[in-house]
Write a protein that binds this ligand. Sequence first.
Ligand code: MEV
Length: 301
Amino acid sequence: MGESMVTYSAPAKIYLFGEHAVVYNKHAVAVAVNLRTRVSLRRSDRFIYQTDGDTRYIEGALGIFSSLKKIPGLELRVESDIPIGAGLGSSAAVTVATLGALNEEFDAGLGIEEIARLAFEVERSIQGVASPTDTFVSSVGGCVLVPDLTRVTDHLRCSIVIGDTKVVGYTKKLVKDVKELRSRETEILDLIFDTIDRIAVTGLDALSAGDYTRVGELMNINHGLLDAMGVGTSKLSELVYAARSGGALGAKITGAGGGGCIVAICEEKDVGRVVDAIRGRGGGAIVVDVAREGLRRESED
Ligand code: MEV
């Protein structure tokens, strides 16, 4: 595709605390990380998509944007560093980046919060129940407190390692499974969600104080509670325990679970050992940084 394309990119995210409970309006802390999805597009008289991922999110973004501006046709290309179905927010990133590029190409004048809101509508229409976490974090970048949707900081003074089980996790099904468990054991699940809420708020204090030992400990407790609500797998736990034995300060599932990824934090000196421990158990290991920028324009290729 040629020079007149406009390209926008948006980042992946990890949860330090609070996935699943956030669907029940509890607090969560999520962090944009520097794995990005890039969407390039230009006007055309036909609709042509080049992507290895799910076109439903692109079509959803086009659908919602069409209520603002008429789109006669489009050539669109997606390139992504974000593993799909891994709980890292790949669908949010492609939705946000598509809306960002459409916004410029069709001169819609949308602000970042509006793009985040529209992207959330797209995710919700496709996934059913969903929280605005992924789409908001991918839009604004940094470290975000949910449901407040405030950006709390844009750096962590520790290293972040993602461990990928390479097994796809199905968010919609996992959210439904948790909902069904809650309908059978409402009081117990609500206590778990309240505890996770407390973990997220306390964890944010620990982050602000720079107490990463405590952040890690709280992540470990959060992992146990995710396991308790039934979204863990033996492979996820294997990678969590491997990361901890490699020196991680804390490690937990990130995202919906059922497969997908774990996230570990550690001191910089221990990154190699944590990576080796995850790989030693057959997991993919990716060392990431906080992405300070959310949605951003990329220079033309
Ligand atoms: C998925 O990455 C996180 C969940 O909490 C669902 C959501 O927040 O939309 C399981």
